[in-house]
Design a protein. Structure first.
Length: 222
């Protein structure tokens, strides 16, 4: 899971919350619907880092996700760097299916790696990327905290680079989605979850504890 935490994710067009808050809640729902998948979390703005490595311990993943917030990294949008980071995490995996779900609301304006170059690296590693553009078309309300006048709102233009996000998905065999509200975002993650179903073969061992003896003894005495 690759999540944009740049300043523009503060926009509150997913009322009554901002884009990041809603994305975190929907991602939790997505995680709840998965079984036997190792899932990790990469966050990015001007830089990118692994917030949680690939794990089957979803409780730990939830905890790391809860701690994701603005200001963890200098502001910016390094989509290419984020993809490269995620691909590097998946590179050593021997799983048959390797998937990145990338959510962003902006265009690449930072980082040393171009998004398309990173997508080509993902393609070479057989990593499929689903991309999600978050935000309503047009201007979105953005909160500004003034020490004198308190919180006020200005309107910022939505700058999703849909062309690049579509190209990333197309290159890697994934798909691009546009989320304009919370319901749409939740529906998108459910759709991706259904598309990425893999059969898992599990060996089960049953251990029996024989409990009849005390009842047999009681019966014998009677």
């Amino acid at each position: 899971l690759v999540l944009d935490i740049s300043g523009s994710m503060r926009a509150e067009d997913f009322k009554p919350h901002n884009r990041l808050y809603v994305a975190k809640q929907v991602i939790k729902e997505f995680i709840e619907g998965r079984q036997s998948d190792r899932i990790g979390l990469v966050v990015f703005s001007r830089q990118s880092f692994t917030q949680c490595p690939l794990t089957l311990d979803y409780g730990v993943l939830y905890n790391f996700l809860d701690h994701v917030d603005f200001g963890m990294i200098e502001d910016g949008t390094a989509i290419g760097l984020a993809i490269a980071n995620a691909v590097n995490r998946l590179r050593i995996s021997d799983a048959k299916s390797k998937v990145i779900i990338l959510l962003s609301d902006g265009r690449n304006n930072a980082g040393e790696i171009d998004p398309i170059t990173a997508a080509q690296a993902a393609q070479a590693m057989n990593v499929k990327i689903y991309t999600i553009g978050a935000g309503k078309p047009g201007n979105a309300p953005y909160p500004v905290d003034d020490p004198i006048f308190g919180r006020r709102y200005i309107y910022i233009e939505n700058e999703i680079d849909e062309a690049t996000l579509k190209q990333i998905a197309q290159l890697t065999g994934g798909e691009y989605f546009r989320a304009e509200d919370e319901k749409a975002l939740s529906r998108i993650y459910r759709q991706i979850s259904q598309m990425e179903q893999t059969k898992v073969h599990v060996k089960e061992y049953l251990q029996y504890n024989e409990l009849f003896s005390k009842y047999a003894l009681a019966g014998l005495l009677l």
